[in-house]
Write a protein that binds this ligand. Structure first.
Ligand code: GDG
Length: 466
């Protein structure tokens, strides 16, 4: 729980994300407090805000709240309010139904509505205004992700004294896709308000530079763009996971016991394949289940020797295409169980529940093969978390070449998830892989994520932002 403060204080470091990691209502019962609960990347970012005695600005996911400030130790939270209409038009509309599909290969068709765009502009402006109130002269401001791409330029216009960084968590599309966006120029100009624009993958950098030339006619170098006489740096800063924290958790006896218990509950299959994703059409959940089904069908795998456990936490449930996806995956899992499972012993274990962090870690420990097959993914932290969790250097990662992580985790079995045969072959190779080969591959990948962990990502970005 956090205390409320609203003291007009200003800060030398301001982190800006669409949401701040709190729940509860600051003005409600329960002691009138938010609960501040950052996990994963949020925890690392929160530590950085604390170390720098900074402020964190974002939406608290609470409609119509009245208290907007709180402090947890040295983390000062400042919340942005969004109306129900803005949640519908800016978040569910523009962010999740216009931008998200375009930035994911238009797997699902993007929708364009001027009302959504207008709400999006208003909301971005609200974030920029909130930052100007808490940023001290010359402060460093780090803005995150696709929901807030207009903020850097708005901030620069309001406060040219600020040092502004922007990081995009999803993949920057090439001109052939990005060019569909009616607000393509406005979006690029929004980002160019920053001093440093960071992407997950070198291809994000080259796509962005090409967009600046082709759509804005700007002069670009290999890692910068000149705009209005200013040089904007454009760099790849692949995000990562807190390897030390993950290693600490998976080494706890309670987690190893739970991992063994999970395997026992699933009938101690010789090979346990696991997938963990938000239920999103970009994650390739259907593709991997189809491939697994064909392997059962062809007799290359059996329900006696293998089991598939898929965690697909519900997300964006208000949107029709996510509801339809849920129905399709439900049907597919049901079909596989009806065809290949036995009474009381399903072959696909499928849940939409949000599991707690320890349970996710136990699943990583339990998984012989981690199947990560997105059709497009900025990075994909699940693949890096799995690698970080394999302290015994065992286990195989099957990874889509369309995840940003494939650029770094080259010792994974890389697949094209649109190619069912390729997926099937990779799964069979994973199942049959010798412990020696598993160890050799996992060791290389573990070394990489240890040397490039989440703290290194934060430090690298902020050092270059200067
Ligand atoms: C976006 C980009 C980029 C999942 N289920 C549960 C749970 N999780 C956790 C995982 C992981 C995180 O959620 C998912 O991260 P991903 O990176 O895989 O995917 P997105 O949500 O799409 O994230 C992505 C990322 O931003 C960061 O830049 O990598 O490309 O799309 O940490 O462990 N955690 C808990 N219960 C669950 O049921 N506790």
């Amino acid at each position: 729980p956090v205390d409320h403060v609203d003291d007009g204080q200003q800060f030398d470091f301001v982190l800006v994300t669409h949401r701040i990691p709190v729940h509860g209502r600051p003005d409600a019962v329960a002691g009138g407090a938010w609960t501040y609960s950052p996990v994963g990347v949020d925890a690392i970012l929160g530590e950085e805000v604390g170390v720098r005695n900074g402020a964190w600005v974002g939406w608290s996911w609470q409609p119509g709240e009245s208290v907007r400030s709180a402090a947890l130790g040295r983390v000062h939270l400042r919340s942005i309010e969004l109306s129900d209409r803005e949640i519908e038009w800016h978040k569910e509309g523009y962010c999740n139904s216009t931008l998200w599909p375009i930035y994911h290969d238009s797997i699902e068709r993007p929708e364009f509505h001027r009302d959504w765009r207008d709400a999006h502009r208003v909301v971005n402006r609200r974030y920029a205004d909130a930052v100007t109130r808490v940023a001290a002269p010359g402060a460093v401001v780090w803005v995150h992700d696709y929901q807030l791409q207009l903020v850097p330029a708005m901030l620069r216009a309001l406060r040219p004294d600020l040092r502004i960084g922007f990081f995009l968590h999803i993949a920057q599309p090439p001109v052939e896709l990005f060019g569909q966006l009616p607000e393509r120029e406005e979006t690029l100009r929004g980002l160019l308000g920053a001093d440093l624009v960071g992407f997950q993958h070198p291809r994000g950098v080259s796509n962005f530079l090409r967009l600046c030339t082709e759509l804005l006619g700007l002069e670009v170098g290999t890692d910068s763009v000149v705009v209005d006489g200013r040089r904007v740096r454009v760099e790849a800063h692949p995000i990562s996971v807190d390897v030390a924290a993950i290693e600490e958790v998976v080494n706890r006896p309670r987690i190893t016991r739970r991992a063994a218990q999970i395997r026992a509950e699933l009938g101690n299959p010789r090979t346990l394949l696991v997938g963990i994703d938000r239920l999103d059409y970009t994650k390739g959940i259907e593709q991997r289940l189809l491939a697994y089904g064909e392997l059962l069908d062809g007799g290359q795998l059996s329900a006696d020797s293998s089991a598939f456990l898929q965690v697909a936490t519900l997300s964006r449930e208000n949107l029709a295409r996510y509801a339809l996806l849920r129905e399709r995956v439900d049907r597919l899992a049901g079909h596989l169980n009806a065809s290949y499972g036995r009474m009381g012993n399903p072959v696909v274990h499928y849940t939409n529940r949000v599991l707690d962090r320890d349970e996710i870690m136990a699943l990583y420990v339990a998984a012989d093969v981690m199947v990560v097959t997105p059709l497009r993914d900025g990075m994909n932290l699940v693949s890096k978390e799995y690698v970080a969790s394999r302290v015994d250097n065992r286990g195989v990662l099957v990874l889509s070449e369309f995840a940003g992580a494939a650029h770094e985790l080259s010792e994974a079995l890389l697949v094209n998830p649109n190619d069912v045969d390729d997926l099937k072959n990779a799964v069979l190779r994973a199942v049959a892989m010798s412990p020696a080969e598993q160890g050799r591959r996992m060791e290389v990948m573990r070394k990489h994520v240890r040397e490039h962990d989440a703290q290194a990502w934060v430090d690298g970005f902020l050092k270059d932002l200067g």
